[in-house]
Design a protein around this ligand. Structure first.
Ligand code: ADE
Length: 257
């Protein structure tokens, strides 16, 4: 996968891209990350990229010309044009399903907004997609782009050490992950669940599944409601037995529609 990132602050990416899974994926050529400074396409001698909003108001707005020119210059750098994604708090709220959808693409071009906003014509006539990483406002799209790249890269085949970790982790099946423990079994008098020391794989599997359900029910009732509606062939689907067990644990009836 190739990811082009258009930003006024390429230096913000260096640390995150030079460590851990992202760095290894770049080294293994699983992903190509290309940073482009929007200022290179700025207007005039001073490479101006922003201007005051029409109609007045506080702050500055990113001008359309540098962003259009940047996308037009960057798209031909590789044979396949990328999906142009604007990072903005007004975009589709990022979920694992959206990450999985984007991870299928051979290429994406990310535009990081900054200041008070981006000229609306970028949104309307240049961006194919708009993504928000959460209902809060960042000072720019850069941290959002880093989050998106991280979530995408770890989905790419070969990026993780063990493919297992993709299957079982939180959200992969629409449920939160079960509690994890490692040695020592007694840490300052704090133990771990006996079942994990039992060596019974089937019991461990059942315990984990139930912890996953319980945790999702308590922390993310919205996700549990979705899982309760899942089709039987879906991994997230909750069996009648699991539902009855959960209702007993929670001492409440769960909606069945
Ligand atoms: N830019 C500013 N805030 C943002 C957010 N929450 N998600 C994506 N881009 C943003």
């Amino acid at each position: 996968m190739r990811i082009d990132i258009l930003t006024l602050f390429p230096e913000m990416f260096r640390g995150p891209f030079e460590a851990s899974i992202i760095a290894r994926a770049v080294e293994r050529q699983i992903v190509k990350l290309e940073l482009h400074n929007l200022r290179d396409w700025g207007e005039g001698r001073h490479h101006v990229v922003d201007d005051a909003p029409y109609g007045g108001g506080a702050g500055m707005v990113l001008k359309p010309e540098p962003i259009f020119r940047a996308v037009e210059a960057v798209q031909p750098l590789s044979p396949e044009p990328g999906r142009v994604v604007l990072l903005t708090p007004q975009g589709r709220l990022l979920t694992q399903a959206i990450v999985d959808e984007l991870a299928e693409l051979p290429r994406i071009v990310l535009i990081c907004g900054h200041y008070e906003g981006v000229d609306e014509r970028v949104r309307e006539h240049l961006a194919d997609d708009e993504i928000s990483i959460g209902d809060y406002v960042l000072s720019g799209g850069e941290p959002a782009a880093i989050v998106l790249v991280d979530a995408l890269v770890r989905r790419l085949p070969g990026a993780l050490g063990s493919e297992e970790s993709l299957v079982e982790e939180s959200h992969a099946q629409g449920l939160l992950e079960y509690p994890q423990y490692t040695r020592p079994a007694d840490f300052r008098g704090l133990g771990i669940p006996d079942v994990l020391l039992s060596g019974h794989h089937e019991e461990v599997r059942r315990w984990r599944r139930r912890q996953s359900l319980l945790r999702t029910a308590r922390r993310r009732p919205d996700l549990l409601a979705q899982a309760l509606r899942a089709e039987p062939q879906d991994e997230a689907c909750i069996s009648d037995e699991e539902r009855r067990w959960l209702e007993e644990e929670l001492e409440t009836k769960l909606d069945s529609d």
